[in-house]
Design a protein around this ligand. Structure first.
Ligand SMILES: *Cc1c(COP(=O)(O)O)cnc(C)c1O
Length: 490
């Protein structure tokens, strides 16, 4: 099923005049019903334009992608699969979903793509239950000589239901950079699966494949999952697949964060999850720079189970969002997107060097993807203090645990910094060098306030006078030189 269509060379430049007209009209019409909403939409553009966004999971979708979301495709129910819907009149939704899947297969070289999940978490839920259907339900049905769960009597169904809850998952620990949906108890994945997690080497803070292999051998998971939200390094997916194969596990990769680097061919060979994993999930709105949404890729073997995402865990797909995914995926197939993805990684590398040169301590000592995890304990701060002080100075980041974090998941000791969003605005290494200077300046001028208990406080801090103002002025210059949606005037 893999489409071997060549990358799209280029797309015509955006007609900014037309986009301006379109948004003026939209906001006028929205405002005639509820002016506060039109105003909030306007303010959000101003805020996004004026903020130095280093949140590693955020980006700026293109105007064509954004404009594609708002239309009557939203009104159509289309439960089911392409060409096989539980509602009449889905011919246009069929087109939309087929085109989105076609672009996804061609972009990632996947055998099969499923564009219905509404978000990353939905994509993971679809994948987990598809794996359970393929690995647990189908063999059980075959043994009983049945085709469908509806054919099972109450006793057989009860037995099968219990079996789902006995399955095991091995994933990356949260403080090493893993995601909540990879088997953690507060998330449904941790209630579905018995979970154990692999961390990183205490010395190097890098993934220790031998340790993962040893844990897999002992724990024998049904699912080995790789992927992360805060690990600043590439993963060797060929090695992970070998580990999965050695214990008969299904190998799943959640590339929600770094899908843009896979799409842009920055991660190739062993670092490209698609040829190695049975199932790959992603968001479409992070480094991939599309609309908010999810996507599941799978091998031919797993495709029929994933294709049953509805009714497995999904209801009606958001057809307008699938349309926007198709547009963004087409954009991601261009040479321009490859240049962008490479720039994201190059910027991260030089950003990390700029921070290190100024004495900042980085988890794993640097990065080779799109994010940097700054350990702010070197500044005598908690992640929460660092995050807040940076925000006071107009630098938008988020706090994040570091491996074996002494401050736990709430206060943390880290601040996560990503390059995808600012790279979309045109930031280059020199701009990131200036940002590194501002960050180190703010953090060096932040002092924790002692708590009433006399212990070092974890939340309160003071930022030296004038630093916030100075930083905001520097950031305004950088942002003005690299405008967001240039020429779009509301
Ligand atoms: C962001 C993220 C998700 C969840 O995506 P949502 O669209 O917010 O549901 C899942 N997995 C990983 C690894 C992520 O980084």
């Amino acid at each position: 099923m893999t489409d071997t269509v060549a990358p799209i060379d280029s797309l015509p430049p955006l007609d900014v005049e037309a986009a301006t007209q379109a948004y003026r009209t939209i906001l006028q019409i929205t405002g005639s019903v509820e002016p506060r909403i039109a105003e909030a939409i306007r303010s959000e553009l101003t805020d996004q334009r004026n903020s130095l966004k280093l949140i590693a999971s955020e980006n700026y979708a293109s105007i064509p992608t954004l404009l594609t979301m708002g239309n009557w495709l939203s009104d159509k129910y289309a439960e089911g699969t392409i060409g096989h819907r539980f509602y009449a009149g889905c011919q246009n939704v069929d087109t939309v979903e087929s085109v989105a899947a076609e672009h996804a297969r061609a972009l990632f070289g996947a055998e099969y793509a499923y564009a219905q999940p509404h978000s990353g978490i939905d994509a993971n839920l679809t994948a987990f239950w598809a794996i359970l259907a393929h690995r647990v339900e189908q063999p059980a049905l075959a043994e009983l000589g049945k085709k469908n769960v509806n054919e099972l009597d109450e006793d057989a169904w009860e037995t099968l239901r219990k079996t789902f809850g006995e399955q095991r998952m091995l994933g990356m620990s949260l403080d090493a950079g893993g995601h909540l949906t990879h088997g953690f108890r507060p998330n449904i994945s941790g209630k579905m699966f018995h979970q154990r997690s692999y961390g990183t080497d205490p010395e190097t803070q890098l993934l220790d494949y031998d340790k993962v292999a040893a844990m897999a051998k002992e724990f024998k998971p049904l699912v080995l999952i790789a992927g992360y939200s805060a690990y600043p390094r590439r993963v060797n997916f060929a090695k992970m697949r070998e580990i999965a194969d050695s214990v008969g596990a299904t190998f799943m990769v959640d590339m929600a964060h770094f899908a843009g680097l896979v799409a842009g061919k920055v991660f190739t060979g062993d670092e490209d999850p698609v040829p190695h994993a049975h199932v790959v999930t992603t968001t479409t709105h992070k480094s991939l720079r599309g609309p908010r949404g999810g996507l599941v890729l799978a091998t031919e073997e797993y495709a029929p189970s994933v294709d049953r995402g509805c009714p497995l865990v999904l209801g009606g797909p958001l057809s307008n969002m699938m349309a926007a995914k198709a547009v963004a995926l087409a954009e991601a197939r261009t040479a321009d997107f490859r240049t962008y993805a490479q720039q994201v990684a190059d910027n991260a590398k030089s950003f990390a060097e700029s921070l290190s040169r100024r004495g900042a301590k980085l988890v794993t000592g640097g990065t080779d993807n799109h994010l940097v995890l700054l350990d702010v304990s070197g500044f005598g701060l908690t992640g929460r203090q660092g995050e807040s002080a940076l925000l006071d100075a107009g630098v938008v980041t988020n706090r994040n645990a570091v491996p074996n974090d002494p401050n736990g998941a709430w206060y943390t000791s880290g601040v996560r910094l990503g390059t995808p969003a600012l790279t979309s605005r045109g930031f280059g290494p020199d701009d990131f060098d200036a940002v590194a200077d501002m960050i180190v300046d703010v953090l060096s001028n932040t002092t924790p306030v002692t708590a009433s208990t006399g212990k070092p406080g974890k939340a309160k801090y003071t930022l030296a006078e004038g630093v916030a103002e100075k930083t905001k002025a520097r950031s305004a210059e950088l942002l003005e030189a690299n405008p967001l949606y240039p020429g779009l005037e509301l």
